[in-house]
Design a protein around this ligand. Structure first.
Ligand code: AMP
Length: 113
């Protein structure tokens, strides 16, 4: 979608601090990090949120989880611990309407609010 900021990042139209990329998935550092490690993992195809995920996307979602696991290892937080979350919709606090998983780590994270 041309007006979606994460689609534009995936297309290389907006710069990002990339940490991983393959044909279907991109990971880049959050511009407003909430922890020493704060990475966003997105599908390159436009899916609004988990609400938008259908059966054909199951392999992609599974692959994203493996990428998140591997990024946690690359960033050195596998043993200290980390958090993976996806905000969905208004009550979930979703600001960007393109599916993304946050990978947070590098400090003790507080309880979820
Ligand atoms: P959410 O509230 O789950 O939709 O999170 C959206 C996240 O995207 C926020 O943590 C923002 O800081 C982050 N963000 C927005 N624009 C950019 C950008 N251009 N590059 C990197 N991160 C961004």
């Amino acid at each position: 979608m041309s007006d979606c900021i994460f689609c534009r990042i995936a297309a290389g139209e907006i710069p990002s601090d990339k940490v991983y990329e393959d044909n279907d998935i991109l990971a880049f550092r959050d511009i407003n990090p909430k922890a020493p490690v704060h990475i966003l993992v997105i599908p390159k195809q436009h899916l609004v949120s988990l609400n938008d995920v259908a059966s054909p996307d199951e392999a992609l979602l599974g692959r994203m989880m493996v990428v998140l696991r591997d990024l946690a290892a690359d960033q050195g937080v596998s043993e200290t611990g980390y958090r993976v979350l996806s905000n969905c919709g208004p009550d979930g606090g979703q600001e960007v309407d393109h599916l993304h998983f946050h990978l947070l780590g590098g400090r003790k994270l507080g309880p979820l609010g």
